[in-house]
Design a protein around this ligand. Structure first.
Ligand SMILES: Cc1ncc(COP(=O)(O)O)c(C=O)c1O
Length: 374
């Protein structure tokens, strides 16, 4: 790797850190915030609008509206699509909880199905099996590194007259077969949670419109159309988060290249290790948002890493259809053996653009050490 390193004492490798990025963007962010305060536009301010314009330009789409979070963006998108009570929405068992929560929140019924064995995205065959006369939409989730199989899902949705929408919260920068994440279906979202490939300092998100009519409908939901909306929730993004996203967007290519470099490093160091079941592979168009690998004796490995200063996460500890809180609001009856198996073995190692070379080396040393002792 070619990136900076620094001498450390006893190694501690946090799961996420953005202090170096913050030092790079700080002056620009502070200047922007001062500019916004001078303008006196605290809500839907100039920084929100400028960031939306920049995202729209990059995506080449009809328009983007920033929201308070990726979760809020999903709500705006599902509402705009008119999804609600009486509708079923098919969603993968393996995703962040917000994908399913958003469907339940608008009053529709999530129908939870299995994922593909060779990647962690929804299985089109399982989607086909789950279609009923109440099915209204499929929420495709782009996960960890890669987009869902949008070609097959689009064909299936066209055949059955279903809406296809994207939970592209993790997907900024991803593309596949000529499609760009967030613009590959009837609408998409981004999350700018700090650990995302482009992150704010707190919660922020965006909802992506594929045509002008949809953009106008987003504006109505967000209260940007000038019409009254008393009592409706506010979903808008604040100027401070918009300033950070705006400053980080020009670094997206650099961030993705750095993540790719770290993926290659982990791959070279971990591939020879017995006990490593599966390592993630980046195809062209993929973005290494998180490094989720599968390991034998995962929980013991995680404890060993923790004892040696390395923080990891389990994305995700169980298929969503096994979450008790969803039992009454979702269809959790479909078999999800692929998601079940993955959830017992996955471990996400630290992976972010500020990760130092010796930190990645330390993580790999500890994994080697664990399986050598075993
Ligand atoms: C797949 C997916 N959907 C939705 C969200 C929700 O985004 P946010 O945390 O910004 O609300 C996330 C966040 O990690 C996510 O990974």
């Amino acid at each position: 790797m070619t990136t900076p390193s620094r001498a450390t004492g006893r190694q501690r490798v946090p799961f996420f850190r953005n202090s170096a990025t913050w030092q790079r963007v700080r002056d620009a962010v502070e200047a922007d915030i001062a500019r916004s305060i001078d303008k006196g536009t605290a809500v839907d301010g100039i920084l929100v609008r400028e960031t939306e314009e920049e995202l729209t330009r990059r995506l080449g789409c009809a328009g983007v509206r920033m929201t308070a979070s990726g979760s809020d963006a999903l709500l705006v998108l599902l509402k705009q699509q008119g999804i609600g009570p009486g509708d079923e929405v098919i969603v993968p068992a393996y995703t962040f909880f917000a994908s399913v929560a958003a469907i339940a929140h608008v009053g529709a019924r999530p129908v939870i199905v299995d994922i593909l064995p060779d990647r962690y995205t929804v299985c089109p065959g399982a989607v086909r099996d789950a279609i009923t006369e109440r099915t209204r939409a499929v929420l495709a989730v782009h996960l960890f590194t890669t987009m869902a199989d949008m070609e097959r899902l689009a064909a299936l949705c066209a055949e059955h007259d279903l809406l296809l929408v994207e939970d592209s919260a993790q997907g900024i920068g991803m593309s596949r077969a000529g499609s760009i994440a967030g613009t590959a279906a009837r609408g998409g979202v981004f999350s700018f949670f700090p650990a995302k490939t482009v992150g704010a300092l707190g919660d922020a998100g965006a909802v992506i419109a594929t045509d002008e009519r949809q953009l106008a409908e987003f504006d109505a939901i967000l209260g940007r159309d000038g019409a009254g909306r008393d009592g409706e929730p506010t979903y808008g993004c604040d100027e401070i988060q918009a300033a950070v996203v705006r400053a980080c967007l020009p670094l997206l290519d650099e961030f993705t290249a750095r993540r790719r470099e770290l993926f290659a490093y982990y791959d070279a160091r971990l591939r020879p290790v017995g006990g490593v079941r599966r390592l993630p592979v980046l195809a062209p168009g993929d973005v290494g948002y998180v490094y989720v690998a599968e390991f034998d004796r995962r929980d013991e490995l995680q404890a060993h890493l923790r004892a040696h200063g390395v923080t990891t996460e389990i994305f995700y500890p169980m298929p969503l259809s096994r979450q008790d809180c969803l039992a009454d609001v979702a269809d959790c009856t479909r078999p999800v053996p692929v998601a079940e198996a993955a959830s017992t073995r996955v471990l996400a190692l630290p992976l972010y653009s500020d990760l130092l070379e010796e930190e990645a080396a330390h993580v790999c040393d500890i994994v080697h050490d664990f399986y050598r002792q075993a």
